[in-house]
Ligand binder design. Structure first.
Ligand SMILES: Cc1ncc(COP(=O)(O)O)c(C=O)c1O
Length: 390
């Protein structure tokens, strides 16, 4: 694809679930910030700062539009990554005011929601339950207690499994006086449609997994944000400060987003996210079809190999498998190193899903291929060749 011209033909990058490759227009947008209007946002009056402010504000609007969320009910704050966003919410939520009695997560979660829910339950001395997701990714709605704070992904980083009953889950949580935070890390690039037509209380995401620079975001309901106490605090969040008191900028309706943005922000990266959203919106039918074809072909290859134990039940841009060390004489890490020698960049291990993959499933370390819009049919040929003895 023309926007990844910098990728040489011998490099097969298959680690998009960690961070996608950045297309040239995103790199150009960040470069433009550094070379044409390098300035602090929201504070400066000179021209460069005005340009930065316009682009940052445009990115907030683009992020909401991208997942079809109304600016009347939601706002966007930028953070470091999904993990940081989840921790900001779970460490500051006023459990008592929210009337929350139980924290709920699921077995297939990344450590990011898994650990932050443990920490939230411990700190607030409330119960935490871990629900088992079905093979199709759905969550058993009947097992969600009343007054729960539910924190789950809507797309898995193991096999791209989706929270297929997200609409029922959100409905049930809200009907039973609870709140739901969605870990959208894996959905934003290739499965954002799952977030259409539902109104979770917050969605945390990582821009670096959606073709943008390293950055995070929280898309949050205005009403839900009122339940989050502001303890993590600093410059950029206050309109006035006295010896022992301060006036939060979030109390000004125009600046709600400042609630989670302590200190100087990653202005160039935020602008890069805006460019990435434009780029994602501009993808053609052919771009989508190429990724679909590559994904299906890789799934067929992996599924056909007797020595490869594929986790995916269905093709997804993220696919994981393990090999049997007894049968092969080596483990997935050794295979990962051999793939690297062949120019193929894949991941090995437990991908920060230790509880499910290691402690529930008792799988050995796995290999994960995750594809993106830069993936070429020739990349799949290379992977097929590398795995020919399986
Ligand atoms: C499903 C899921 N949630 C959360 C995260 C954490 O993302 P980050 O490391 O960008 O905070 C990841 C990262 O791979 C992920 O795949």
């Amino acid at each position: 694809m023309k926007d990844f011209k910098y990728l040489d033909k011998n490099s097969v990058y298959a680690d998009c679930a960690c961070q996608s490759l950045r297309p040239q227009p995103v790199i150009d947008a960040v470069n433009e910030y550094y070379t044409k209007h390098n300035s602090c946002g929201e504070r400066v009056k000179y021209d460069w700062g005005v340009i930065t402010d316009e682009k940052v504000e445009a990115t907030r609007a683009k992020a909401l539009k991208y997942v079809k969320k109304s600016p009347r009910r939601y706002f966007v704050s930028f953070t470091l990554n999904t993990t940081y966003g989840l921790n900001l919410l779970l460490s500051q939520i006023n459990i008592k005011s929210a009337g929350i009695k139980t924290v709920v997560t699921s077995d297939i979660e990344h450590n990011s929601p898994f650990l932050s829910t443990i920490s939230c339950a411990k700190k607030n001395k409330i119960k935490r339950i871990v629900l088992t997701r079905e093979d199709d990714g759905s969550l058993p709605v009947d097992k969600i207690p009343e007054h729960s704070l539910v924190v789950v992904n809507c797309a898995s980083n193991i096999d791209g499994r989706l929270l297929v009953n997200i609409k029922d889950v959100v409905k049930k949580v809200h009907k039973s006086h609870g709140y739901i935070i969605i870990d959208g890390a894996q959905a934003m690039a290739h499965s954002k449609e799952i977030l259409y037509g539902v109104e979770p209380d917050a969605i945390c995401f990582s821009a670096h997994k959606m073709y943008a620079p390293s950055l995070g975001g929280i898309i949050i309901k205005k009403d839900f944000a009122k339940l989050i106490d502001t303890n993590f605090i600093g410059g950029g969040m206050v309109d006035d400060v006295d010896k022992e008191t301060y006036l939060l900028s979030k109390d000004n309706k125009e600046h709600l987003y400042t609630q989670f943005e302590a200190g100087l922000q990653a202005w160039g990266e935020i602008i890069g996210l805006g460019a990435a959203i434009d780029w994602l919106n501009s993808l053609t039918k052919e771009d989508h079809q190429r990724l679909k074809d590559c994904t299906e072909r890789l799934f067929d290859i992996l599924e056909s190999k007797s020595k490869i134990h594929l986790i995916n039940k269905e093709p997804a841009t993220t696919m994981s498998f393990y090999i049997d060390k007894k049968e092969m004489g080596y483990d997935s890490h050794v295979l990962g190193a051999a793939l690297a020698d062949a120019g193929i960049m894949a991941r090995t291990g437990y991908f920060c899903v230790h509880y499910y993959l290691d402690h529930i499933k008792h799988y050995p370390p796995l290999v994960r291929f995750s594809l993106g819009y830069h993936t070429r049919p020739g990349d799949i040929d290379r992977i097929e060749e590398a795995l020919k003895n399986f």
